[in-house]
Design a protein around this ligand. Structure first.
Ligand SMILES: Nc1ncnc2c1ncn2[C@@H]1O[C@H](COP(=O)(O)OP(=O)(O)OP(=O)(O)O)[C@@H](O)[C@H]1O
Ligand SMILES: [Mg+2]
Length: 365
């Protein structure tokens, strides 16, 4: 049991100079006008659980203008303390119970989250890299072995690519040493990704059908090559050395994998309407939450940023009902009119954000 997030403190993160929040065990709403700091609260939580911000841009950009650094602290039930500090011009640092960690990603898995924000639309509209990022982040949160394979794979890929870029001739033997590590770790990544998407697909289909009755969502893993084991990987890397030398980069491997997301039978990226794309991403995230819960035996924290915009009334109502079902901690942001309805009624905690100041609505406790 990792427990839920009991207390969150944010310092000098964007507009939030100093904010403290005690999320409910169920649904917490964060309400405010545009630009007041709602998303920043979720960004802080995301940073704690994954070592990464929610939106694109550098970490320096998230530090309040005029300040040297920012800090986020979280306390989980059971007393586990997580913290991340950002410092201008220096490395971000992660702490577990006050102890500095080697990498910010070392916090991954301590407080699993599934997040939906505007950035996540890239899951459907973006490049294969966006979909790989989804797979890597979500699977890492439930599988330390995956995170290890990923770290090893990336490190060796980087070194092999550096060799391929060199002016001098690099021997096959030297390339093969990196390929060996990439083959072992890469096979682990492929198998875990295949398994994940196989389990995800029916859950995503059902989630989509609930939000948009009569339409179907199809999700499928698309490995860049056929191989799924280390043996196949070794052969493939060796066979393609010549081409890799010419192109000066590793052209094949799990770092080129993709995932198909089809809405109503066609590629969602090319043909989906905005609402369909949004619904598809939400359905994938809903399914991800269910899958993570099944794997870990407890619900991950769900962060929903501005989830109601761009959805029709029926989808909104359906989503509001789903977000307020018992089971797991949910933190939802929005502007006031969007949140009217069942989500607001079932919320256990309500916070207002105004000009970077976060206050609890005392009427609701
Ligand atoms: N480094 C920074 N220092 C100070 N303020 C910043 C910094 N980065 C962003 N901001 C400000 O913080 C606010 C962004 O906050 P945030 O994105 O959390 O707002 P929001 O309430 O989610 O708004 P919306 O409803 O439009 O999504 C903006 O007003 C922005 O100008
Ligand atoms: Mg926002």
């Amino acid at each position: 049991m990792t427990g839920y997030l009991e207390r969150l403190v944010l310092r000098n993160l964007r507009r939030l100079t100093e904010a403290e929040i005690s999320p409910a065990q169920g649904l917490t709403l964060i309400v405010g006008k545009n630009g007041q700091g709602k998303t920043t609260v979720l960004e802080g939580i995301h940073l704690l659980s994954t070592g990464r911000l929610l939106r694109a841009g550098t970490e320096n950009d998230a530090i309040q203008l005029g300040q040297d650094g920012a800090r986020v602290e979280g306390t989980l039930t059971g007393g586990t303390e997580l913290a991340v500090t950002l410092r201008r011009g220096s490395r971000k640092m992660a702490y577990l119970n006050g102890l500095g960690q080697r990498r910010a990603s070392d916090l991954i898995g301590r407080m699993p989250v599934v997040a939906f924000s505007a950035q996540d639309l890239s899951l459907v509209t973006g490049e294969p890299a966006d979909r790989r990022m989804y797979l890597d982040l979500e699977i890492s949160q439930v599988s330390p072995a995956y995170l290890r394979d990923l770290t090893v794979y990336k490190k060796n890929l980087k070194e092999r690519n550096a060799l391929l870029r060199q002016e001098e001739w690099v021997s096959d033997d030297l390339l093969a040493t990196y390929e060996e590590a990439m083959a072992e770790a890469g096979a682990g990544l492929r198998q875990a990704r295949a398994q994940w998407v196989t389990e995800l697909a029916p859950l995503a289909r059902d989630a989509y059908a609930t939000l948009a009755p009569g339409e179907t969502l199809h999700v499928e893993y698309l490995p860049h090559e056929e191989w799924m084991d280390a043996e196949g990987a070794r052969e493939d890397y060796a066979l393609n050395r010549r081409r890799d030398r010419e192109r000066r980069i590793s052209t094949r491997g799990p770092h080129r994998d993709d995932m198909a997301i089809e809405v109503a039978g066609v590629d969602g990226r090319k043909y989906g309407s905005q609402g369909q794309q949004r619904t598809a991403v939400i359905a994938v995230k809903m399914a991800t939450r269910a899958l993570m819960a099944a794997r870990r035996g407890e619900w991950p924290l769900l962060l929903l940023d501005d989830v109601f915009s761009d959805l029709d009334a029926q989808r909104r109502a359906c989503l509001a009902e789903w977000a307020s079902q018992p089971g797991g901690q949910v933190i939802l942001t929005g502007t006031e009119p969007e949140l009217a309805g069942s989500a607001l009624i079932s919320a256990q905690a309500l916070y207002w954000v105004d000009s970077g100041v976060v206050t609890r609505d005392e009427i609701r406790g």
